[in-house]
Design a protein around this ligand. Structure first.
Ligand code: HT7
Ligand code: ZN
Length: 859
């Protein structure tokens, strides 16, 4: 497949200021007429050939300025039309079958409705068009279809006219006044009901808000509506951004490849990020709804009003919008907890990407299939990079930078460079060297050493950015580190400092320390780097108890466990050292459980053990079996050692009644965490408590938590509870997804058998991405299943990729990176993982999506 390179960017030869689309809708036959007003681009190459991208479509008719033409050509799947003048109207007709569109890109059918997904390159599956983000057009859309089947007809912008046609048909016309690229086009037709509300903007615009769902689901939309209203208000206050249409529609769809899509004025969402009520959604689900609603809404400015010049600039909109949704969620709840959660996601999902065969900079240099670049690197590391600029500038100056960015580039297709320049100019920062964060892949490793000399503490830092595919050599990058030095006796520090470490090696001197201080570094995770700092458990225990930065406190707890488990799996612990390490961890856990000054949401964060993928990241080559065994052994030890306090904690949490208030959410969080540890230490007691929690549950957080614990146990209560859960929620797709993933993610010795049986269950289908992910993504991240020493787990994921690829290539490709980690895994398992990749590569027909990921993983 051809490689698309960033350096080859050329402006479009033709612009399309206006588009008129006419859809005659049918589930298995939709007819599309697209009328494009095209202008020769003065900044283009002057070509007389108009190239219109297409994918899996054929032109039924082509007209230029109202006259049929026959001299068009196909180049691959693109349509080429010769034009003599500078301005023309080009009309193309196409026919689609949405019902057979299992890729869920372009126009497709889902549960009897029709909807679209155009980002990144789906519009070309609907009609021929210059399907690139730097071609901005105003859209007028007419659609008609059977009223009984599609009572609601929606598109971007405002509805300008509607009426009834013949034979039970009806029609609607929509116009979007804001020029937009084709990836933001959307259309929905179906039997939908709305939760309707209003929002008045800071400028006095009254906006109608609708959340459209299938009849029967409307009672589960209030949290999404509240989140939308909060997002609109927050963006005005935090970034000065006001909504710019009189209508904002959100539609929930159950067959969806990703989370949601920010189409102008018509966001389309995976149902899982819209529907929530206490009976069916966990506290985590509620948070995810709030975050994704905010994310898509914030794109109205960071993505839509200012869009991307080309797909290499994806992080311009995604990294910035992730940062905006993170700041929003932090303001809606606990800033400290949100920061910890975001860093945990980065370490679990992005660090492995940065250290594996698919590593790429946040602004990639090349791609074969752009869908493969909707990654944790572009999104989450992209957000961290912009967050560092905010840390260096301070909140107010950063805001001056973003104001300048929005003013300067409103209505344009911009680049990451435009963003950095605007922050540089608006915030008054010199970001010359900082731009390396956009071009270099890999997680910087920062080694720290602290020496005490008289009254001085001297911090020596050394950085290195590991080699990544195509980037053997790296330059030093500016790394903003928030640091504080604690007095051991008083447990306090005399002020935090921000140091910007921008050389391969440097020293920083701090005065006024009569005794060696305790270093707290990268507080708040001010830079997305790995800090290597050898230190005593005692210092970590000190910081876990005393650090006034909540993230640093969490980090100290994590460090304590990571240091111990890495030594254990590396065979560096004798019995005495193991006892000593466990004693320190037990003491720190005991203190966290007992600390009356902690709120339970934060207590819950401090109690989370480091993930196995993060532990594996600490080792050049790891044995996942050993990591799992050591981590489980520590869990069991903690469960036994702290049995008394954990039971008290669980009992206290059980007594707190359900509400959405922070205290009650905190109680639910620690309830299940206590249960997990109790069950590890004493499975019979765990089963008894979990079954009681399951039966008493009046909300999904408690019920799911209890069922998760039971699913991992070999206890009679397991089958009873699983059967009850399925009966209770039969017909509710999102909850049945939980039923699949709880079992596939369980640390149960028979988990592979269970997964095989679940794949044959009548509720399982390969055509619904949520269901596929529920079963197989849960399995791919479950070390018991995926890394089973038989290799069965690898075989299962390899088979899945092969079978899913022709149905839904995007979803199939998302499973490849788990196998692609083989170089970092011990040799016996590595050989089996590689063999699976080779089996996939040998398939005669493979999508571009899977082919790119597999060949890079083998390469
Ligand atoms: N901007 C959206 C991207 C997206 C997408 C990309 C490829 C295939 C399907 C997709 N659905 C949505 C999501 C976001 O807001 O980041
Ligand atoms: Zn986004």
């Amino acid at each position: 497949p051809p490689v698309i390179r960033r350096e080859d960017y050329l402006p479009p030869a033709w612009l399309v200021p206006e588009v008129a689309l006419d859809f005659r809708l049918g589930l298995d036959a939709t007819h599309v007429t697209a009328k494009l007003s095209v202008n020769r681009n003065a900044a283009g190459n002057g070509a007389s050939t108009l190239r219109l991208n297409g994918d899996q479509i054929a032109p039924l008719a082509v007209r230029v300025d109202g006259k049929d033409v026959n001299d068009w050509r196909l180049d691959g799947s693109d349509l080429l039309v010769e034009l003599s003048g500078d301005t023309h109207v080009v009309e193309v007709e196409t026919a689609l079958n949405p019902a057979t569109n299992s890729q869920l890109m372009g126009l497709y059918a889902s549960g009897g409705m029709l909807c679209t997904q155009c980002e990144a390159e789906g519009f070309r599956r609907i009609t021929f068009f210059p399907d690139r983000p730097d071609v901005l057009s105003t859209y007028t859309v007419r659609m008609s279809g059977p009223k009984a089947q599609f009572p609601i007809l929606l598109a971007n912008g405002n509805c300008t006219a509607s009426g009834d046609g013949e034979d039970g048909a009806h029609w609607a016309e929509w116009h979007d006044p804001w020029p937009k690229p084709s990836y933001l086009f959307a259309l929905v037709a179906g039997d939908l009901v709305a939760n309707a509300a209003h929002f008045t903007t800071m400028g006095g615009r009254k906006v109608d808000l609708n959340i459209w769902v299938r009849p029967g689901d409307e009672d589960r939309t209030q949290h999404a509506m509240d989140s939308l209203i909060n997002s609109m208000k927050w963006d005005e206050e935090a970034f000065g951004r006001e909504y710019d249409l009189d209508l904002f529609n959100i539609v929930a769809v159950s067959d969806y490849n990703m989370g949601a899509m920010e189409n102008k004025g018509l966001n389309i969402f995976n149902t899982r990020y819209v529907l929530a009520d206490p009976e069916t959604a966990t506290d985590g689900d509620y948070d995810a709804v709030e975050g994704v609603i905010g994310h898509e809404y914030f794109h109205n400015w960071s993505g839509n009003r200012v869009t991307c010049r080309d797909w290499f600039q994806l992080s311009l909109k995604e990294g910035f919008t992730v940062l905006r949704d993170q700041l929003f969620s932090a303001d809606m709840g606990s800033e400290a907890v949100k920061r910890i959660e975001d860093v945990r996601v980065l370490r679990i999902a992005q660090f492995p990407e940065d250290s594996g065969p698919l590593a790429h900079p946040i602004r990639p240099d090349s791609y074969q299939e752009i869908s493969n670049f909707y990654t944790a690197t572009v999104y989450n590391k992209g957000a961290e990079v912009i967050r560092m600029m905010r840390t260096m500038a301070g909140v107010e100056r950063f805001r001056q930078g973003t104001d300048l960015y929005f003013d300067r580039h409103d209505g344009e297709a911009a680049t990451c460079e435009d963003f950095v320049k605007a922050i540089e100019d608006g915030a008054g920062l010199d970001l010359a060297q900082f731009r390396l964060w956009y071009s270099q892949a890999g997680t910087p490793q920062v080694a720290a050493q602290l020496v005490h000399n008289g009254t001085q503490a001297v911090l020596t830092l050394t950085q290195s950015v590991p080699a990544t595919p195509g980037q053997p050599e790296k330059q030093a990058m500016p790394i903003p580190l928030r640091v504080a030095l604690f007095d051991r006796e008083t447990g306090t520090h005399s002020g935090e400092q921000l140091i910007v470490f921008d050389k391969a090696s440097d020293t920083f001197t701090f005065d006024g320390f009569a005794h060696p201080p305790v270093l707290s570094i990268n507080r708040g995770f001010s830079a997305p780097v790995a800090i290597e700092f050898e230190r005593d458990s005692a210092d970590l225990v000190f910081l876990a108890a005393h650090d006034d930065d909540p993230f640093a406190r969490y980090e100290a707890m994590q460090g304590l466990v990571v240091q111990h488990l890495v030594a254990a799996v590396s065979g560096k612990l004798d019995d005495a050292a193991r006892d000593e390490g466990r004693a320190a961890i037990g003491a720190a856990y005991g203190a966290v459980i007992a600390d009356p000054a902690l709120d339970d949401l934060m207590r819950g964060e401090l109690m989370i053990l480091p993930a196995e993928t993060y532990l594996a990241e600490q080792l050049a080559v790891s044995d996942p079996g050993a990591i799992h065994a050591e981590r489980e052994a520590l869990k069991a030890w903690l469960g036994r050692e702290l049995a008394g306090p954990l039971k008290v904690l669980h009992d206290r949490a059980v007594a707190v009644p359900y509400s959405r208030e922070a205290a009650a959410r905190g109680a639910r969080k620690i309830k299940t965490q206590a249960l997990v540890l109790i069950a590890s230490g004493d499975p019979a007691e765990g089963a008894r408590r979990a079954f009681a929690q399951y039966n008493a549950a009046d909300n999904m957080t408690d019920r799911q938590g209890a069922l998760m614990v039971l699913a991992s146990l070999d206890a009679p209560e397991r089958e009873t509870a699983l059967a009850d859960f399925h009966d209770r929620y039969e017909g509710n797709a999102l909850v049945i997804d939980k039923w699949f993933s709880l079992q596939a993610g369980a640390l149960n010795p028979k988990v592979l058998e269970h997964i095989a049986a679940l794949a044959k269950h009548p509720d399982f289908t390969m055509t619904n991405p949520n269901r596929v992910r529920a079963l197989y993504m849960a399995a791919a991240v479950n070390p018991r299943a995926f890394h089973d020493e038989s290799g069965e787990g690898y075989r299962m994921i390899g088979d899945l990729i092969r079978r899913l690829d022709p149905i839904n290539a995007q979803t199939a490709a998302r499973f490849v990176p788990s196998l692609g980690r083989w170089r970092r895994i011990e040799p016996v398992r590595a050989a089996m993982m590689r063999a699976e990749l080779e089996r996939i590569a040998a398939m005669p027909e493979l999508s571009r999506d899977v082919r790119e990921q597999v060949s890079k993983s083998l390469g």
